[in-house]
Design a protein around this ligand. Sequence first.
Ligand SMILES: Cc1ncc(COP(=O)(O)O)c(C=O)c1O
Length: 434
Amino acid sequence: MKQDISRKKSAELFEKAKSYFPGGVNSPVRAFKSVYGTPLFIERGDKARIWDADGNEFIDYCCSWGPLILGHNHDGVREAVIQQLDKGLSFGAPTRLENELAELILTNNRYIEKIRFVSSGTEAVMSAIRLARGYTKKDKIVKFEGCYHGHSDSLLVKAGSGLITFGETSSAGVPKAFADETIVIALNDKQALEEVFSSFPDQIAAVIIEGIPANNGLLIQDKDYIHFLRQITQEHGALLIFDEVITGFRLGFEGAARYYNTQPDIITYGKIIGGGMPVGAYGASRELMAHISPEGGVYQAGTLSGNPIAMSAGIAALRTLAEPDFYIKQEEKTQGFVTALRAYIDRKNYAVQILTVGSIFWLTFAQQKNIKRADEIDPLSMEKYKIMHRSLLNQGIYFGPSGYEVGFISSAHTQEDLSQTITAIKTALDTVFT
Ligand SMILES: Cc1ncc(COP(=O)(O)O)c(C=O)c1O
C-alpha cells in the first residue's frame, strides 16, 4: 500500500486526549479501535467535506453518525443558530421555538400526536421505556440482538444463550436485576416472538425495535414480520416502540412507521431532529403522552430540554427537509451510487453486498444477499473492512471507523463527490481482494 496520509497532528492530539479522557475519546467508537491508525481530529466541515488537523480533506459518509442529512455548515441551519445566539443560549423556560419545531413535526407525521423534547437519543429511549412501563404497569421489555438504543441500563443487555433467555449485561455496572427485566431475541424471527410472549405472559411492557436496524449493519426487516410484531404486541397488551433515532427524518418525516405502514405506540427520535445540535424526542398518542409529568405520573425532565439554539437548528433543518421532493432526490442519488458500485462488484465477482434504504447504505463483505439478523454477519469479514477503510482514508473518503457502521448520504453530496467516491471504493475493493 502506498504511504498513508499524514496523521502527525491528529496523533499528537490523540496522545494528549488520552491523558484527559478514557481511551482518549468522549464516545468509544471514535477511538478507531476497529480500523487502522489513530482517530482523525476534525478541524472543520463544509457541505460533504471535512478537514482534519493535518489538513487532509475527506468526503464524509459518517455525517456525525447520521444527523447531518444536509451536510456540514448548511447555510440555513448556521444562520438560524447565529440569529438565536444574539438572543440567548438557554432560559430554562418555554420558548416559541419549541412550539415551532413541534408543529413542524406533528403536522407532517400521522404516527404521533404529542411529543416531548429531550437532549439525546439515549434519553428519548430511556424515557419511552419508562412511559411504557408506567402505562402498562408491567416491567419487562423485549429488545433485539443487533439493535442499539443508547446506553441506558435497561438497554445495555445482550442475548444470553438459548432462544428465549434473560439478557446478560453488555456493560459492567448494569445491575443483574435490570438485565433480568430485558429479554433479547433475534430479529426477523416470528417464532422467537411467539415464544417470548408465551414464556412471559402479562409481564411485557413493550417491545422495542430500531425502525430499520442500522447500528449493527443495515438489517432491513421483512414487512410482514413487522406487521406480525405489531399484531402480537397488541394481542398481549404490550406497547410497540419504534426507535427512529436514525430512521426518523432520514426516511421522511414519517420514517420507518410509514415504510412499514405500521402504527407504533411510541416513537423515539434523535440525530437529524436537532440539525446537528443535541436534541432527542419521543412521541405517541395524546392519551399515552398524558401519562408524562406534569400531566401524568411518569416523571421525566431536563435542564436543557428544548434548548433554544438546538431548537433553532432543528427548525431550520426540518424546514429544508419538508421541501417538496427532498427525500425523493436523496433516494435517487443514493440508488445511483449503490447501483454503480453493485455493477462493479458483480463484474469483479467480489463477495460484497450493499444494502440500502433511503439515503442509508451499508457495504459488507459477505456472500449472503439479504442479511436480516445480527448472527448472519461474519465477524471475520471485518478484517476486510479495515483494509478498505484504510485505503479509503488514503484516497480522501471518510467512512465510519467500523464495518458494522452504515454510511449516510447528505443533500450536500454532489454527483462529483459520489463519482470520486465510487472510483475510490473500486480501488479499495481491488486492494482488499488482491
Ligand atoms: C437507534 C438509536 N437509538 C438510540 C441511540 C442513542 O442516541 P444518542 O447517541 O444520541 O444518545 C442511537 C445512537 O446511535 C441510535 O442509533
